[in-house]
Design a protein around this ligand. Sequence first.
Ligand SMILES: Nc1ncnc2c1ncn2[C@@H]1O[C@H](COP(=O)(O)OP(=O)(O)O)[C@@H](O)[C@H]1O
Ligand SMILES: [Mg+2]
Length: 240
Amino acid sequence: MSNDAPLRIEGLRAGYGQADIVHGVSLSVARAEMVTIIGPNGAGKSTLLKAAAGAVRPRPGSSVTVAGREVAGLPASEIARAGVAYVPQEANVFRSLSVRENLELGAWSDRRRIADGLARVHAIFPVLSERAGARAGLLSGGQRQMVAFAMALMLEPAVLLLDEPSAGLSPVMVDQMFEAIIAVNRTGVAILMVEQNAVQALKISNRGVVMAAGAVAATGTAADLLADRSVAELYLGAAR
Ligand SMILES: Nc1ncnc2c1ncn2[C@@H]1O[C@H](COP(=O)(O)OP(=O)(O)O)[C@@H](O)[C@H]1O
Ligand SMILES: [Mg+2]
C-alpha cells in the first residue's frame, strides 16, 4: 500500500502511565476501505484507536500517518484537522443541548461548513432532522449514538475511527447503525472500526484484524477471517 494511504499505523506502542498496553501494532486503511478490529476485552483495541486519534499519546517511535503526514504525538485537535474523526465508545454528546446544537459543535473548527454538514448528515440520519430541536439527553441511547456519529461527519473526515458503534443498541438499531456506516464508507471515507458484533461487522468490511494482548494476532480479508476455523472458535463464537 502506498505511503499516502488515508491512515497508516506503524509500530504503534501506547499505554497508561508506565504500562504499555499496545505493543507495536501496524495496519493501514486505504481510501474507501473498511477495516474491522476484533478481539477479546482488554486486548487494547480502544487504546489503539485513542492513540491514533491523539486521545492517548503514543510512545516515541510510533508512527501514525494521515495521507502521508506524520501525526503521532500531535494534539487530538490537530489530528482532527488533518481529517481524522474519532467516535469513542460512550456516545459523547452534550445532553443539555439540542440535537442540532450538538451537530453544529461537530463543525466548531469551521463554522462556515455547518449548513452543508447538516444537510449531509440529515440525509444519512433523517431521524436527526426530525428531532433537531430535542434535547440530546432525552433521546434513546441508540439515537444518541447516531448524534455522536453524525457530529464526527460534520466536517467530511477522510478517516473515521469508530469504537464499538453498535454497543448497547437494540438489534433494529444495530442494523440501522451498520447501514449508516456502509453509506458513509461508500462516499469514500476510510473506516477503522472496533466491534464486538464481530460477524456482522466483518460481513460489511473489506479486511479484518484480530487483536489479542496488545498485538495483531491475525489479519486478512473479512471473508478469510470468517472462514478461518481457529479465528471463528476463538473470537467469533461457535454458533455462527
Ligand atoms: N484510562 C486507563 N488507565 C489505565 N488503564 C487503562 C485505561 N484504559 C484502559 N486501560 C487498560 O488497558 C487495557 C486495554 O484496554 P482497552 O484498550 O480498553 O481494551 P479493549 O478495547 O480491547 O477492550 C485493559 O487492561 C484496561 O484495564
Ligand atoms: Mg474497547
